[in-house]
Design a protein around this ligand. Structure first.
Ligand SMILES: Cc1cc2nc3c(=O)[nH]c(=O)nc-3n(C[C@H](O)[C@H](O)[C@H](O)COP(=O)(O)OP(=O)(O)OC[C@H]3O[C@@H](n4cnc5c(N)ncnc54)[C@H](O)[C@@H]3O)c2cc1C
Length: 465
């Protein structure tokens, strides 16, 4: 509460039950899409509730998918996430997994196609998708959930489910049902959000060849200049000297670095350079401030790119992303909390359900800086980090699983989020079939199923085909 206006008593009332399902997935971002598809694979009744009018979450804001390849160059995310990429690639809407010295790999996707193709795959899997519906509460039964309460144009309704998978990114279901959650670092600071935007008319050939030929003028972070000589689709991070020059010339730029992502369409570049520190992604007033401030920053960033960066001379504004990109909010306390040491120690877990390799990548909650640290190989994501404390029939997948602030900065990228979603969906399916709780799922059986279905794990057990 930010004011002293007090509270009112909302009168208790009966609300209709919209439907009853076996598995309910809340949130249709990278983790929710694969969670729902996996849970529905052999006939369970699965519903996916999404507050927006499309699926994809942050896959629709102009970002490359990071995390398919590991630091040694091998592919570590396969299974359903790869199936989505294959389907997109068949429509020229995804690139191959391109190696990148900074990000390990990037997989470019066309945001509008993500919305269409992911929705097609969900409906083909038999998932009932419900758009324009926000999960606003929970229906508790002791330490279990009977369902959730949703708000929509139809008013307030309940959706009942045997197992719920929270893929909201913000742990909305977990938080509302009383799972203990953390927020940000020790001082409560979270990574800042970014309103992505897209420019057209960019000569990306001139951009990359300028960097390759004049590395001292166009200094890049971590990615050697030769890389740009050899790759025509890329993420460019750096040119700090140009940002400083533009700032000295009077432009307002809130980040220290230039971050550009080539689009799949010729001449398109997505810009990841707005930053609004201090936004709380779980508070509408703070989110609104983020949208207003992010939008305000675009004008000077555009002037900077056109005035200082080669290839942007004829660039023009195309569009902003459909919403402010939120990097970090709540994280659940689960049966195991992943730490920085797990990431940097390339830790193996007996209950591994996914393998990731993305570095620790913290956009500082204050200032415009960023810290990156690589472990040199891969680390496992344990099943226990998807199982929340306290509430029985709930699983969590995506960026809000049980990690520290630092570990979250590594596991948050979209390929591992999709792999977690697939594992959570398969675990939920097993829980419903056996009438057991997610915490009691036979993890070896889950791992076998993941391997059989094409996922990648570092365990030696052979998949029984
Ligand atoms: C600016 C920015 C840059 C990034 N850069 C990259 C990058 O380059 N590559 C990369 O791989 N990753 C990147 N990330 C990280 C990555 O995008 C996210 O961590 C990842 O998308 C998280 O996936 P998710 O499924 O957990 O959640 P999300 O992608 O956030 O999806 C959550 C979904 O749930 C829905 N939802 C939320 N609450 C409710 C509710 N109560 N009821 C119903 N629906 C709800 C939302 O509408 C959304 O569709 C970046 C993130 C940001 C913000």
């Amino acid at each position: 509460m930010k004011n002293n206006l007090g509270t009112i008593q909302e009168p208790a009332k009966s609300i209709p039950i919209r439907t009853e399902v076996d598995v309910l997935v809340v949130g249709g971002g990278p983790s929710g899409i694969t969670a729902a598809m996996a849970a529905a694979e052999d006939g369970l009744r699965v519903m996916l509730v999404e507050s927006r009018s499309f699926v994809g979450g942050n896959m629709t804001i102009g970002l490359p998918i990071l995390g398919f390849l590991g630091q040694k160059g091998n592919q570590i995310i396969k299974g359903l996430p790869q199936k989505l990429i294959d389907r997109l690639a068949a429509r020229q809407a995804a690139s191959e997994h391109r190696p990148c010295p900074l990000h390990m790999s990037l997989t470019l996707v066309e945001p509008e196609s993500v919305k269409t193709v992911a929705l097609e795959m969900l409906t083909e899997s038999g998932v009932e998708v419900l758009f324009y519906t926000f999960c606003a509460g929970v229906v508790m039964n002791g330490d279990a959930l009977n369902g959730i309460i949703v708000e929509s144009k139809a008013g307030r309704e309940a959706i009942m489910a045997k197992v719920i998978i929270d893929c909201s990114g913000d742990a909305d279901v977990a938080y509302r049902s009383g799972v203990p959650c953390e927020y940000g670092n020790e001082q409560g600071g979270v990574q800042p959000p970014t309103l992505m935007f897209c420019l057209g008319g960019v000569d990306t050939e001139q951009l990359r060849l300028s960097v390759a030929k004049e590395p001292r003028t166009y200094l890049t972070d971590f990615i050697p200049a030769e890389y740009f000589g050899q790759n025509n689709q890329f993420v460019l991070v750096g040119m700090r000297n140009l940002v400083q020059k533009a700032q000295a010339d009077g432009l307002t730029l809130t980040t220290e670095r230039t971050i550009l992502i080539t689009g799949l369409r010729k001449g398109e570049v997505w810009v990841n350079m707005t930053r609004v520190n201090g936004v709380n992604g779980t508070d509408p007033e703070s989110l609104t401030h983020g949208e207003i401030e992010g939008r305000k920053q675009i004008y000077d960033i555009q002037r900077y790119l056109i005035g200082y960066v080669p290839g942007f001379e004829n660039a023009y504004f195309l569009k902003t992303a459909p919403f402010l990109g939120i990097r970090e909010t709540r994280r659940i306390n689960g049966l195991y909390t992943m730490t920085r040491e797990d990431i940097m120690g390339c830790r193996h877990f007996d209950d591994a359900i996914a393998v990731a390799s993305y570095p620790l990548d913290i956009h500082h909650p204050q200032g415009g800086g960023c810290t990156l640290e690589w472990c040199g190989d891969c680390y496992d994501i344990p099943y226990r980090s998807l199982v929340p404390q306290k509430i029985k029939n709930l699983l969590v997948a995506g960026r809000c699983i049980s990690t520290t602030h630092e570990a979250m900065s590594a596991i948050r990228v979209m390929a591992p989020c999709m792999a977690m979603g697939e594992a959570a969906g398969r675990a939920a399916k097993q829980a419903v079939r056996k009438n057991i709780q997610p915490a009691d799922v036979d993890v070896q059986e889950l791992q076998q199923e993941l391997l059989r279905k094409g996922a990648y794990l570092r365990i030696n057990r052979e998949a029984t085909v």
